[in-house]
Design a protein around this ligand. Sequence first.
Ligand code: NA7
Length: 561
Amino acid sequence: MSDTNIRDRNGDSAVERVDVLVVGMGFAGMYNLYCARQRGLTARAFEAGSDVGGTWYWNRYPGCRVDVDSVQYCYNFSDELTNEWRWSERFASQPELLRYCNYVADKFDLRRDAKFDTRVISALFDEETNLWTVRTDKGDVVSAPYCIMATGSLSTPYKPPYPGIEDFGGEWHHTGTWPHEEVSFTGKRVGIIGTGSTGIQAIPVIAREAAHLTVFQRTPQYTTPARNRPMTSGEQEAFNARRDQWRKEVKQTFNAITDFSPPTKFFHENTPEERRTYLESRWEIGGMPQALMETYKNIGVDEAANSVVADFVRDKIREIVKDSEVAERLCPPSDLPIGSKRPPIDTDYYETFNRDNVTLVDIKTSPIERITAVGIKTADEDYELDAIIFATGFDAMTGSLLAIDIRTSGGASLKDAWSDGPDAYLGLMVAGLPNLFLINGPGSPSVKANMVIAIEHHTDWIMEALDHLREHGLDRIEANEQAQSNWVEHAREVAEATLMPVADSWYVGANVPGKKRVYMPYFGGFARYLKTCEEIVADGYRGFQLSRTGENADTSIVAAQ
Ligand code: NA7
């Protein structure tokens, strides 16, 4: 494979030629770059941010931290790295996670092949030359036979288009593009819109600093205490000592997270008193969202089982929040199953509503009408504010991919392919777009799993596919339309057998007006997904077409199903 400068097909601009293009330099992009290099492949990565980190580069809002145990939310590919790094807290904060990303980039000299402050705007596949050509907003033109979209699942912020934002005299920020300079709320009247995982992390921290915080809530969430704490002495060493075993165990789990005693009973096997005691013990342990979601079998599929846990959280809210009206406003509605929106974990979220300087506004019954010069106007009231924070989430899973004009010379495009929903085979490839790989794409466990473990799996799968192609003198891999449809149908059936698609969540794209409603992550479990991927490879890449194109698209199909 080569690394030469060539001219593009029009012959009018010099293009750089590498083996692998990588879009994004978060956890996924960095690992892809590392793996490509390990194989002696030349690679070029582009990143819109000024440095590495992806999610942890952009989301700098107060209170931002991971909700998977730090020791599990990190790379596994290098024992040296594992042994060198120490986490300071059970759930690492954003600054610590960003330090980790920088440490990895330095250690493996990853920035050398990456260009920052550069956004990829298009990717065109030439059917004749078998090359993807990527163009950027800085004028770069780079070609490679393989293109890997490491663009992140939650990286295109969504901000509701309220009229009047340009009139607002104060400052405003979206949590997903938080300024790098310190933002001070001291003495300020702050309004925050959104009570998803982000709002729930930010609200208690901002409330402690601001003169007053007004929380604009559309849908109340179920959240459980994170019980974050400093790592204890020897804790990480003990985890690392059994990391090899853990790497095996994590592959057998539903969400690529271990150390949670899995449910052994159905809820009706316990008396109401036993349930209360059991759920209470899980509430006390706190931690990952599974604390409550994995208490009884079939919480995710059975309404009665689900409502037992949902009611438990509502009771907790009523216990914690002193003002009973505010408590009722914080209680999620009975038609919202617990877990159907991404379950957050928190530090002092409900307690924050006992503070004198915090007001909760229900914008479901009294929607925001506009932003004014001095604040926010709802249907019922005007709120004067010095700062507005949009914790309103992301155009998840598809937003960053569809923002790039991805097409082939044969006339296929990602936009057309996804006009009726984001179909992808295993969430890895899209039929009609050869040699284009998605990391954690729709139809893969992705956001329903520990993202770093899912990233490592996808990357390893892709790299092994590239090895396979090379070893067999091939240069093209493409998902079959039929295999893709079968997979999409399977993923749909799995999700629809549960309560998960019920909520208007970002999992189904309901937060972005006009987005096709599809449950995007694969909800069949990480272990089952891994096994399927392995079987497909063992079966000669079942459902993929592997071929040799050479310069003249002389397609000799080697494996096709
Ligand atoms: P989420 O979970 O999508 O939450 C966004 C919040 O913003 C949620 O409370 C929404 O209310 C609210 N929202 C969104 N659009 C509007 C409009 N138009 N009007 C009023 N309120 C709105 O995003 P997060 O950033 O909190 O979390 C994203 C993921 O990042 C998280 O799940 C983790 O995986 C990490 P709604 O519930 O839609 O009524």
